[in-house]
Design a protein around this ligand. Structure first.
Ligand code: PAF
Length: 295
C-alpha cells in the first residue's frame, strides 16, 4: 500500500488506473479510523471499485475557532496498518499546504442546506467540508466516493454540490456503523470516559424510542422531539439540537406522514456526538440500523 503526500502523485496514480480500465473508489476521512471507515472501503468495492484510495486529512477549514482541531485524534501508523490489512491501494495523506496553496481564497458554499441543523451550530463548517471535498475530488478524480450516513447533513451537502457543479463522481451513502450496544461509531468517541460512553447511548436510544412511537402511530414531530430531548438530558447529555426533517431539503417536519429523518447532536462531556435515523410511519420497514451492521 502506497502512502502518497503529493497532489500530483495521487492524481497520476488514479489516472493511470482509470486509463487501464479500473474503477477508482474513494473514501475521504480525517483519520482515527474505526470499523465504520473500513466498512466504507468494503462498500466502495461492493459498488464496483477495483482500486480504493483513502484520504486522511484533518481539514482545518471545517473546524470553528473554539472546536477540537488541535485535539482531533491523529494516528497515521495505526490507520495505515488498518488500511493495509484490508487491501486499500493508496492512502493520500497531504499536508495542509498541499491542499490549500499559500494565499488560497476560493471556497465552495451552498446557500440553503447549511442553514439547518449542524450548520447553525457550526458556522462555516459545511463551507470547509464542501471546499475540501471538491479539492479532493479534483485531485483523486474518483469514479465512486463513499460517505457515511451518520453525517447525514454532510452527505446531503456533498450530493448537492456534486449535482450542482456537474462533478463526474457517483456518491454512495453507507448506513451508520454501530457498536454492539447501538452507539454510532465516531472518531470522537475516543473523547468519552467509561461513564460518558454509557451516557452516549442516549442518542441511539432516543432514535429507537422515536421509531417505536412512529410505528405505534404517533405523527406529531414536536412531541417526539420533546421526548428525545428529555431522554438525552436525563442521561446527562447537553442537547445541541434534536430535529425531525425532510430527508432531501432538511426542512423541519411537523407531521410525520411519510418517511422522514430524526437527527440529533448532543454534547456528552466535551464530545459533540451526532446520530440520525429514518422514521417510517406505520406499515413501513424498520430502518434504524441494527448494531454492528456492515453495509
Ligand atoms: O466526514 C469526514 O471525515 C470529513 O468531514 C470529510 C468528509 C473527510 C471532509 O474533511
Amino acid at each position: 500500500m502506497h502512502i502518497e503526500r503529493e497532489p500530483e502523485g495521487v492524481r497520476a496514480a488514479s489516472r493511470a488506473w482509470r486509463r487501464s480500465g479500473e474503477c477508482v473508489g474513494f473514501v475521504p476521512t480525517m483519520g482515527a479510523l474505526h470499523a465504520g471507515h473500513l466498512a466504507l472501503v468494503d462498500r466502495a468495492r461492493a459498488e464496483g471499485a477495483t482500486r480504493v484510495i483513502v484520504s486522511i486529512f484533518v481539514n482545518p477549514t471545517q473546524f470553528g475557532p473554539h472546536e477540537d482541531l488541535a485535539a482531533y485524534p491523529r494516528d497515521l501508523e495505526g490507520d495505515s496498518d488498518k488500511l493495509r490489512a484490508i487491501g486499500v491501494d493508496l492512502v493520500f495523506f497531504p499536508s495542509v499546504a498541499a491542499i490549500y496553496p499559500d494565499g488560497a481564497e476560493t471556497f465552495v458554499t451552498l446557500d440553503r442546506l447549511p442553514e439547518h441543523l449542524c450548520g447553525l451550530s457550526r458556522p462555516g463548517h459545511f463551507r470547509g467540508v464542501a471546499t475540501v471535498v471538491t479539492v479532493l475530488f479534483n485531485l483523486v478524480e474518483p469514479d465512486i466516493a463513499v460517505f457515511g450516513e451518520k453525517d447525514f447533513q454532510q452527505l446531503r451537502v456533498i450530493q448537492k454540490l456534486v449535482r450542482d457543479l456537474h462533478l463526474p463522481v457517483r456518491i454512495v451513502g453507507a448506513p451508520t456503523h454501530r457498536e454492539a450496544d447501538g452507539l454510532a461509531r465516531s472518531s470522537r468517541n475516543a473523547y468519552l470516559s467509561a461513564s460518558e460512553r454509557q451516557s452516549a447511548l442516549c442518542l441511539s436510544a432516543a432514535l429507537r424510542q422515536a421509531q417505536a412511537r412512529v410505528t405505534d402511530g404517533d405523527r406529531d414531530a414536536a412531541t417526539l422531539i420533546a421526548e428525545m430531548i428529555t431522554l438525552c438530558t436525563d442521561a446527562g447529555g447537553r442537547v445541541d439540537y434534536v430535529a425531525v426533517v425532510d430527508e432531501d431539503s432538511l426542512d423541519a417536519i411537523a407531521c410525520i406522514d411519510r418517511p422522514v429523518r430524526a437527527i440529533l447532536a448532543v454534547f456528552i462531556g466535551r464530545a459533540r456526538l451526532i446520530d440520525n435515523a429514518r422514521l417510517v410511519p406505520r406499515g413501513g420497514p424498520e430502518t434504524l440500523d441494527t448494531p454492528g451492521t456492515r453495509p
